[in-house]
Design a protein around this ligand. Structure first.
Ligand SMILES: Nc1ncnc2c1ncn2[C@@H]1O[C@H](COP(=O)(O)OP(=O)(O)OP(=O)(O)O)[C@@H](O)[C@H]1O
Ligand SMILES: O=P(O)(O)OC[C@H]1O[C@H](OP(=O)(O)OP(=O)(O)O)[C@H](O)[C@@H]1O
Ligand SMILES: [Mg+2]
Length: 391
């Protein structure tokens, strides 16, 4: 177990001056004050003399509640990694298939903070959370960038009415002459790192940010802010509050990601192997999730001739060409192959087109089955990870 208590707070995130404040757009550091039984140590950006604190288990942070929690457990279950949590209020759990892993349920932002402080080694959160609370720290490595749930975008929105009626782009918003040092554009957001950074990168000078924990969409109508910067998925909340997104106003496209601490992967025994296994399971499942396995019978003179016909169709080329096997039957006392069974994988969205193309080349008895996993020789993301780690 760690010598340090985990209950530390990122100093930069606790004392946001209410009600509105000028945010420095320079990169700020996290400062954690850690006390052990013997001494008090200051750990800057989660680094403790560049070394990790020794412990035997690999700690995996999962969202404890909210919209990411259920989908995260579902993904793990689909990858045959069942998280054994006795009740929802228990914050530690096990994954029997990964005996060296300890799951810790935490709020998404705390997962990122604890990866940086070295209290977690791996985590699953939205890319928005990694970007906001990770603040570009090089210790954070995105191992899988597209877990295919939690889709949303961080986007700037302004009222549809009044002075903004004819404003439809970030450029037009920035060029409105009314924003001055004395009367800057007021933006309400929970993203107090990404917001100012985005405005600076886009050359908007007179901007002031205020923050609140939720229901930001009310701020313009209440006269508290001119614009909001918040997550959007269906767009319903914006619409219901008479707000609109603008061209060039998307800060970030987000979905759930698997993120790791670089130090943990390099220094902690077993961390890299465990990450490899989790990554392989995720990739195998996610690749399979949008494909069907299609089998069909085709009359033909040889396996090669049948394969030629299949490969002539654009939607039927399969993973590495079709698998073609003879369907053997007895005719006039002799075993012969008049038919061949072909097996291919097709993207779910191309299913009907594939069936049509199979029929067009003489396919019959077409069977469609769901695919559960596709394990390739090596996943491209594993290679990328090794290269990011300099291994
Ligand atoms: N429409 C959406 N609004 C907000 N978050 C979304 C949306 N769609 C997907 N997400 C993802 O879900 C995450 C937010 O989950 P949730 O609202 O449960 O947690 P949170 O608000 O960050 O936690 P907390 O309750 O500690 O503030 C986001 O960081 C984002 O990655
Ligand atoms: O585009 P939509 O599908 O409408 O989703 C966007 C809304 O969802 C989130 O709020 P949440 O439900 O987390 O409530 P909160 O603002 O109180 O956190 C987000 O902050 C937006 O308000
Ligand atoms: Mg929320």
């Amino acid at each position: 177990m760690s010598h340090f208590s985990s209950a530390f707070t990122a100093a930069s995130s606790v004392s946001l001056p209410p009600p509105s404040f000028y945010v420095s757009v320079s990169k700020r550091s996290f400062i954690y004050c850690c006390s052990s039984s013997q001494s008090t140590t200051t750990v800057v950006n989660g680094k403790f003399d560049g070394k990790i604190v020794e412990r035997d288990e690999i700690r995996f942070g999962l969202p404890s509640k909210g919209r990411m929690a259920g989908d995260t457990l579902d993904l793990l279950k689909d990858c045959q990694l069942s998280v054994k949590q006795v009740n929802p209020r228990q914050y530690v759990a096990q994954i029997p298939q990964l005996s060296n892993v300890e799951v810790w349920f935490q709020r998404p932002k705390d997962i990122v903070r604890k990866l940086l402080s070295g209290d977690l080694d791996l985590g699953i959160v939205g890319l928005d959370t990694v970007s906001e609370y990770g603040r570009g720290d090089e210790d954070l490595i995105i191992v899988h960038d597209a877990l295919k749930y939690g889709d949303c975008r961080l986007s700037l929105a302004i009222p549809k009415y009044g002075i903004f009626e004819n404003i439809n782009s970030l450029k037009e918003l920035g060029q409105m002459p009314r924003w001055t040092v004395d009367r800057p554009l007021r933006v309400a957001t929970g993203f107090t790192y990404l917001g100012p950074k985005f405005m600076q990168e886009n050359g908007l000078k007179h901007v002031i940010f205020s923050t609140a924990d939720g229901a930001l969409e009310a701020a313009p109508a209440m006269g508290i802010a001119d614009a909001i910067l918040d997550l959007v998925s269906s767009g319903t909340t914006l619409r219901e509050n008479n707000l609109k997104e603008i061209e060039g106003g998307v800060v970030l496209e987000s979905q759930a990601v698997l993120v790791a601490s670089r130090k943990a992967l390099i220094q902690r025994k077993g961390a890299l192997d465990t990450t490899h296994e989790i990554l392989e399971r995720f990739e195998a499942h996610l690749r399979a999730a949008d494909q069907f396995m299609v089998t069909a019978n085709m009359r033909g003179s040889s396996a090669e001739e049948v394969a030629e016909r299949v490969l002539s169709q654009p939607s039927l080329s399969g993973l590495q060409g079709p698998t073609v096997s003879p369907v053997l039957c007895k005719r006039d006392g002799k075993v012969a192959a008049d038919y061949y069974a072909i097996v291919i994988c097709v993207p779910k969205k191309a299913l009907y087109k594939s069936v049509q193309q199979l029929r067009a080349i003489g396919g019959s008895g077409v069977l469609i089955s769901p695919l559960t996993y596709i394990f390739d020789e090596e996943t491209p993301r594993w290679r990328e990870l090794l290269s990011k780690l300099g291994l």
